[in-house]
Design a protein around this ligand. Structure first.
Ligand code: ADA
Length: 536
């Protein structure tokens, strides 16, 4: 088996409509977004990518994330399409004995609103970028090569783990297996077996210890840790978790959704230094590089499939449901070994008052549960009063915005921060019997506005300090995800942009360039003091 990274310089053709014969008259570096430079920003168009590849025999091409739709051609022949933005996709083709081939990928960022099955909708509150925005590589393989290794920790006292193996089509008779680079052992091939991990150490937030298993030359990292969620609490290795963190979008003015690993690492380092232990990857599957870093840094992750505020007609649509289920399967396949991922999610803020929502949410729950028995599953609900779906989830997760989106009679000229405690306490009493999380809570602040009114940095700082105070002092809550880590590009089209000054969701504690607003310092200071007070 041979793996080649295809990141780097590709030939490029840009056109408003899908071209019959693209004219490759420029260059891009992959990963990148083609709609992130002046002139193309916000234009719904097409980007064509071309490069030569050197490979023969059976080949799998892996695209770790691209959008919004794309088709892959090898030597002029289509080898597959994807309509699942942000999902990790694999394409298979046979290159025979010839070693030089042409690879072309034609991507578009168009929104086909008439197509109910589409996973990205025009009403999503984050910009739907176009291009190949994550890593891309190819694997030359033989049928009996190991394609995937799945490791599910079983008993953290004995150090046992379940291993599931998948080949490219034919099973070898035997495998050579080793842990952490130590002595290999030969054993007969089986699709599933239990192992004792030698000299195992637990993975936790404080000591994020990783093990490596190597089987027939293929490696997988994993962490020995367990999750339990019976009763009101979520437990990691038997200890009650209190998740304090933020939501984060894969978005930056210089890169769009193609945020490089260096910036992801800096973002996570800031999150860690802030005193947070949790990040919600809103609202789509996360990059491998982010999860690898979280595994090492001990940051806990809620990963979710692409969805946002989906409406009844979409929830009821058969193709939409199939695409959702497919993305969930792909997400779990991609991330199941990452110890940092502790919650699976989907369909953020679906219109969950409808029976159609209940049908789909239950289907997605079952799809994930069949693949992974070891993690709790949820979706973030923004309508806890009318919802009929949260009962099917392992965690009650609510997105609430007291102190920001209040009703008219709750407003006062300086804002309504008093509502924060009122609603946090009220929902805390109502939801019992399962862990309860605030998936999102926050307020907007325009960087540089120091007026003290709503939209100012000071109002946001006061608001978020109150949020932390209420959640940390209320034992009913398993956690909170502040909305939002950094300002992120949002609506450019439709009337929604009226509520998003500059075309951004401005609820970041940092602006889009990661410059701190007052709330960033205030929440850090509050957390530091709170932790000290608990210690003493
Ligand atoms: C929702 C949604 C977020 C964002 C937020 C807001 O809760 O899940 O993506 O749109 O509201 O800023 O209003």
């Amino acid at each position: 088996m041979k793996v080649q990274n295809l990141n780097g310089i590709w030939q490029f053709a840009y056109s408003e409509e899908k071209p019959e014969n693209p004219v490759f008259d420029s260059f891009v570096s992959v990963p990148s977004c083609f709609d992130n430079i002046p002139g193309r920003a916000g234009v719904r168009a097409c980007g064509c990518y071309k490069r030569n590849i050197n490979c023969s025999g059976k080949v799998m091409l892996t695209v770790e994330g691209a959008g919004l739709h794309y088709e892959v051609f090898v030597d002029g022949r289509s080898v597959g399409k994807s309509i699942l933005a942000y999902s990790k996709e694999e394409f298979f083709f046979d290159c025979g004995n010839i070693t030089e081939h042409e690879l072309v990928i034609i991507a578009d960022n168009k929104i086909y609103s008439d197509d109910l099955g589409e996973t990205y909708k025009v009403y999503y509150d984050f910009y739907g970028f176009g291009g190949i925005y994550s890593d891309i590589y190819l694997t030359e393989y033989a049928d009996d090569d190991i394609r995937r290794i799945e490791v599910i920790p079983q008993d953290i006292n004995k150090g046992t783990a379940l291993i599931r193996l998948e080949t490219f089509g034919a099973n070898p008779d035997e495998i050579m297996i080793s842990f952490d680079g130590k002595t290999s052992e030969k054993r007969p091939f089986a699709q599933e077996f239990t192992v004792n991990v030698p000299d195992f150490k637990l993975w936790s937030v404080e000591t994020p210890y990783l093990h490596t298993v190597r089987i027939n030359g293929v490696e997988a990292e994993f962490g020995m840790r367990t999750l339990d969620w019976s009763g009101n609490d979520l437990l990691l290795n038997g200890k009650v978790l209190k998740l304090v963190g933020c939501n984060r979008h894969e978005s930056h003015p210089a890169f769009g959704a193609a945020v490089p690993e260096s910036l992801i690492a800096d973002d996570l380092q800031m999150i860690k230094e802030q005193g947070f232990n949790f990040v919600r990857g809103s609202h789509y599957p996360q990059k491998e590089s982010l999860l690898r870093l979280c595994d090492r840094m001990g940051i806990l992750v809620w990963e979710e499939a692409l969805g946002w505020g989906n409406r009844k007609e979409h929830l009821a649509d058969a193709a939409f449901g199939d695409n959702q289920a497919e993305q969930c399967r792909k997400m779990v396949r991609k991330s199941i070994n990452h110890p940092s991922v502790i919650i699976w999610g989907f369909l953020n803020e679906a219109h969950s008052e409808h029976p159609e929502a209940a049908d789909l949410l239950r289907r997605l729950y079952n799809t994930i549960r069949e693949m992974d028995p070891s993690r709790p599953i949820t979706f973030a609900c923004n309508r806890p009063k009318s919802d009929i779906c949260m009962q099917y989830m392992d965690i009650f997760a609510i997105n609430i915005y007291p102190g920001w989106y209040d009703t008219a009679d709750e407003l006062s000229p300086r804002g309504s921060i008093a509502n924060v405690k009122k609603y946090i306490d009220m929902w805390g009493e109502k939801f019992q019997g399962k862990p309860l999380m605030i998936g999102e809570i926050g307020s907007a602040a325009l960087y540089g506005d120091h007026s003290g009114y709503r939209w100012s940095e000071e109002y946001q700082a006061d608001h978020l300090e109150e949020v932390l105070k209420c959640v940390l002092n209320n034992p009913r809550y398993t956690g909170v995800g502040i909305w939002l880590f950094a300002d992120a590009k949002s609506y450019l089209e439709t009337e929604y942009f009226f509520t998003r000054p500059r075309g951004f969701n401005n609820k970041g504690m940092l602006n889009e360039y990661r410059l701190p607003k007052v709330s960033w310092y205030r929440t850090r200071e509050y957390l530091r003091k709170f932790k000290e007070s608990v210690k003493n």
